[in-house]
Design a protein around this ligand. Structure first.
Ligand code: PLP
Length: 395
């Protein structure tokens, strides 16, 4: 089938939940992807912060291929060796004592919401169940996670929504303090808001949230689905804010494109989950774990984190230079390789113009261009990408 025929069929038989670009991507290698007609693109979307080691990373390919020939799936009724191996790597390199595996970010957050409620239930017999979350946050598309998400546009038409969520503005301590009641069991937030427009909190904000949680006996739940696994220059974003959360959720980059969701927790909190309380058929299956182990070991040991810090600075510097010549750019912000360029106009046309010239970026929050390239991106890739953006903005 030709590209046009495929797109026509896609629009006819696949549910219309996405506004898709009119291309069919068929192959990827490193920071590059190719469409069905052979056109090459430099990929600064990376599956939205998923393919952190780039496309077709040899270590991930090898791990998946090898494991596929040994054991693909067995039930969590049994102990699973690659799952134990990966969980050990996670607990040895994080605040956590225990791990739960699932298959996506929404599911990881759903697990975190359930764990927070269960933990509170053991203490208060059900009187404490409310989670405070942030305006402009994003936590996923299940009923509980669209409710946790502080944006009505994701909630309209899906009522009744589950009870027990309350929203406050991100990065504002007084509003958070006054929202806490005797029903509150925890505070759930992204350390850096991704879908909300690459919003970075004040240096001491998360520390203050931690203090409030300690004072009031609340759980601090961090959604690191987008910023975890090295994206910000440290393995986890919380490390940069000098705090330890009680629960962390991960997904996007965990398996470098193989679907994996993770919930990390301390022993104290995790002990609220007992056999029968939560489960996932596919969660932590051998194939998913093989991909995740290869991804995390490469991120930790192949100089990837250093590259994130260096290339993140380089990208932001180049974009700041661009800001001087294009009044369309209002602000550049970011940490490591999650970078946003806030525009004075909607970003749709710029994104389309860049795609035309062979650069994939996307736009979030209406007017924020988002750059989340693979963490293995090189200077020359950034030069090409910023060059294309420069041309497109010059019109
Ligand atoms: C993408 C994302 C999610 C949802 O992840 P899915 O795998 O699409 O369910 C949740 N939280 C944050 C911060 C995200 O960026």
């Amino acid at each position: 089938m030709t590209t046009d025929e495929l797109i026509t069929l896609s629009n006819k038989i696949i549910m219309a939940t996405y506004r898709r670009f009119p291309v069919v991507l068929v192959r990827g290698e490193g920071t590059r992807v190719w469409d069905k007609d052979g056109k090459e693109y430099i990929d600064f979307v990376a599956g939205i912060a998923v393919c952190s080691l780039g496309h077709s990373h040899p270590k991930v390919i090898e791990a998946i291929a090898k494991q596929a020939g040994i054991l693909t799936h067995v039930s969590n009724l049994y102990h699973i060796e690659p799952q134990i191996t990966y969980a050990r790597i996670l607990v040895e390199n994080s605040f956590a004592d225990r791990v739960f595996f699932c298959n996506s970010g929404a599911e990881a957050n759903e697990a975190a919401i359930k764990l927070a409620r269960k933990y509170a239930h053991e203490r208060t017999k059900g009187d404490q169940y409310e989670l405070i979350t942030m305006k402009d946050s994003f936590h996923g598309r299940t009923l509980a996670t669209i409710t946790a998400t502080g944006q009505t546009k994701f909630q309209i038409g899906f009522a009744p929504l589950p009870e027990g969520f309350k929203y406050v503005p991100f990065n504002e301590i007084p509003a958070l303090e006054s929202a806490i009641t005797e029903k509150t069991c925890g505070i759930m937030l992204e350390p850096i808001q991704g879908e909300g427009g690459i919003k970075i909190p004040d240096a001491d904000y998360l520390k203050k949230v931690r203090e409030i949680c300690d004072e009031k006996g609340l759980l601090m739940i961090l959604d690191e689905v987008q910023v975890g696994m090295g994206r910000t220059g440290t393995l986890f974003a919380y490390e940069q804010f000098g705090i330890k959360p009680d629960i962390v959720t991960l997904a996007k980059a965990v398996g470098n494109g193989f679907p994996v969701g993770v919930m990390l927790a301390t022993e104290k909190v995790a002990s609220a989950f007992q056999p029968g309380n939560h489960a996932s058929t596919f969660g932590g299956n051998p194939l998913a774990m093989a991909a995740s182990i290869a991804t995390m070991e490469t991120i930790m040991h192949d100089g990837v984190l250093d590259n994130v810090v260096k290339m993140g600075e380089y990208l932001r510097t180049k974009l700041q230079e661009l800001k001087r010549t294009h009044s369309l750019i209002k602000e550049i912000r970011g940490r490591g390789l999650i970078v946003g360029a806030e525009l004075t106009v909607e970003g749709t046309d710029i994104v389309a113009g860049c795609m035309e010239k062979g650069l994939l970026i996307n736009c979030t929050s209406g007017n924020v261009l988002r750059f989340v390239p693979p963490l293995i991106v090189e200077k020359s890739d950034i030069d090409i990408a910023v060059g294309i953006l420069d041309e497109v903005m010059a019109g």
